[in-house]
Design a binder for this molecule. Sequence first.
Ligand SMILES: O=C[C@H](O)COP(=O)(O)O
Length: 271
Amino acid sequence: MIGLSDTLLPAIAPGSCGLLVSVRSAAEAAAALAGGSDVIDVKEPSAGPLGAPSAQTVCAISKRIGNRLPLTAAGGELVDAVSPPEFREPDLAAARGVAIVKFGLARAAKTDWRSQYARLMAVASAHRPLPVLAAYADHQAANAPPPAEALSATAQAGSSWLVLDTWDKSPGAKALLECLERDELERLLRTAQCAGVHVVVAGRLDASAVARVAELLVKVGGGGLVGVRGAACHGGRTGTIDEAAVRQLAKTIRSHAARPPFPLRGVLTDS
Ligand SMILES: O=C[C@H](O)COP(=O)(O)O
């Protein structure tokens, strides 16, 4: 199994919960860092739910953040990914400090997506960053497999991370907690914990949903992240990251999580 210490993500403390903020520029990354985000996720929101950023953007953000926070990036949809992975832009794989690249499962329901993911994982040890599946809670609309199937494929492939998100980001579209009942989400998180999989829970979460998800992640106890863009922006997800909004979200999460997600940060990061 590819463990956390094999990625550039430090080990996440059991029972903790952290904040991941998706950004599209170095200036936004700086605002997320200053606001108290635990992970910086690089994504181009105008290019879809998991819009892949350009290599130049990833490199600029990596340069601005250095090793102060772990970095993840969106890689688009798995069905569009090449194998062996080039993550759309060859330089992206080489971008210093990117721990994880997330691949969505839209349009994959009727494809052999498990094998495609297994192939990506097979070369992951030689090609950082680690490819991670992003399951969509609104999977029917996305023509994607249900989240429980994505979780089982994640565990089977030996990956330690899964992203749970929503596909439809249009104004008025359902948020994660409107697509998944709380009990259903709790069951999924418990199954993930038993399988040794950490979950990034995202999907049009507003401030109150962030609090509910953080509480649930801490209750379940496996250690996970709450992922946001829209709630951290001034002017919605295609607007601009607002440092004060990030600070408020980080504070909300800290009020539920007794300990920071990466207490050993700085010891286990960058290798
Ligand atoms: O990983 C987090 C996603 O970027 C969530 O974006 P959103 O809050 O706009 O749905």
